[in-house]
Unconditional design. Sequence first.
Length: 697
Amino acid sequence: MDIKARLVRESSELEIVSMVGMSGIGKTTLAKQVYHDSFIVHHFDTRAWATLSHDYNVQEILLSLLNSMGVLTSNMHEMTSELLKERFYTNLNYQRYLIVLDDVWDTKFWDDVKQVFPNDKNGSRIMMTTRLENVANYANSCPPLHRMRFLSDSEGWILFREKVFGNYCCPLNLKEIGEKIVQRCQGLPLAIVLIGGLLSKATRTEHYWEYIAENISLVSTSIDEQCSNILSFSYKHLPSHLKWYFLYMGIFPEDYNIRVSKLVKLWVGEGIVKPVGSKSLEDVAEDYFLDLVERNLILIHEKRSNGKIKTCRIHDLVRDLCVREAQKEKFYHVTNRSGIQEGNSMLRVSIHRNTKSRNDKTLSSPQVRSLLNFDREVPISVPKKSNMRFLLLLLFPFLFLFPFPFQFLFPFLFLFRKGQNMVLRVLHQEGRLEFPNEVAEWVDLRYLDCNSMHIPSSISKLQNLQTIILRRDMRPLYLSLDIWKMSQLRHVLLEYVILPYPSSVGTEGDRSVFILENLQTLSLVMNFRCTEEVIKRIPNIKKLGIHYKDEEMDLEYYCLNNLVHLHKLESLKLTYFGFSFLINLSFPTSLKKLTLVEGGLSLEDMSIVGSLPNLQVLKLRRTPFFRREWITNAGEFFQLKYLLLQSIALKGWRVDPTSFPSLECLVLKDCYDFVEIPDEIREIPTLRSIEIYECGV
């Protein structure tokens, strides 16, 4: 339902209709169009408009509304706030009114003014625009929120053409370039209007329009300050604790799909996340991320099956703002393939692909603490310690033979050596990374994300390392036994890694030293034995992925029944190759997401899964069912919201009416023998979508 229809619908109650969206997306423009619509003018007895500032004053807002209504008198300026509220209430009493509150920033504002709007049950409305979703939800009495969307290319072209040419047609030689300009504005009305206004007054030549198309961000920020000022306003009024997190978004390249899980790990690795109460650092970082989403500074790109945000993006103009402000604050430096210029003091460096130059120059600077290289074709030379150790050893005998002047020089040499130590904390390398022999000297490294064929055993000496993400092919990777000694590890995401059995680590007396209490993520581990010894070493694991492929060993050998003792486990993925049916399934009650690939399931197994009290997401892929029929019992899958059945050899499905009461999404893929979705599933009141791909249904 559009805004106009919601304002004039039959409901007699006073309703608040909220529009929410990022800066420049057109909230105020849409509100003005509706406010001045002839039908709206006729429908309401009185209308009033007030635009708020971040530092609002209730008295000034009321005066603005009274002036908009045409009832403002000179003596009202002398009234107290309480008397002014009374007068305003009286002017609205028994009137069917429309009040527009434009650009509301704070929930407290609604608490301050809501009592001045009478509810005479005559269909009065309040229309509110805001950049902050929590503000809209707080005041909104007429759900759902009206979320402003970006314009499509065709809609953007209509707006652009009207701004540049008015009622005239666009010349054919400029149309293709104009459409390119609109596409690069990425559907943001403010950018389209800004560029259109510029071109409406400029020379209409192909050369000039091509220049504008190639320099959209430059034009938007330096030629016309309006765009920059409007977007900067959102940044300047961010709470101080959120500013660093917002600026960090500019460290990613344009149009980059940012994985939220990786972003959170980066923030933690950078050391910018501070503890809040008993929450984990990751939970604190995720809360800050969601706060930026609610402020419409970060755009949702893709969601996970559990409803959480999987990937996000930021608009190019917002990203340009992040980069400019970050460089002012010396927070990070964005560079290209030419590397860092000499004398640059930036502690964080991001290498992007947006450069025309191509060379093989490597990046090496002992000052860099965070290095994020998004260009696969650029090799990097990670800063190393200097060779001062060799020089010191060479000069050491001279200290005794010639006390002067070496006795004075030695303290300075040690200081110089200390200053040359490698201080890298974060390393993200999209291309291939060859670990140097000096990897053990990366003593400050907390976050490592790279593409490499191996991890040297000396990496276990990096006792500050928190996150390891290694992208590679499917060949197994054998880790050193010493990984069990890396007590700061929080996230280990490797493809097909083989962990050594830890029973031989340490002596019987000091074995507790090697418990990985901070470890939250471990994936993808091959043939992982869940013995009591192993389970005790990872007590706080939240996400676990295991791949089994061993025809020579019985599945009981891997002790899967011990998974029940992982009381913090929320996400589990089990892949089986070479095993006909699973046995001894036993899961912790904390489990929220379960993925099973291969390995047959009996009806008893599915009852065990169905009884998990917190399970919200279940994915079954290439999983044969016993007797090819699934029977769900009463009350099973009570919390399940998302169910995926892919390549399942299933013919029948009988559902008890009391099962799946919370299901929201059902996905069927490549289930060729499956012929019918039970009526009990179709009638679930919470069900929002059924997706079917290549099935017999």
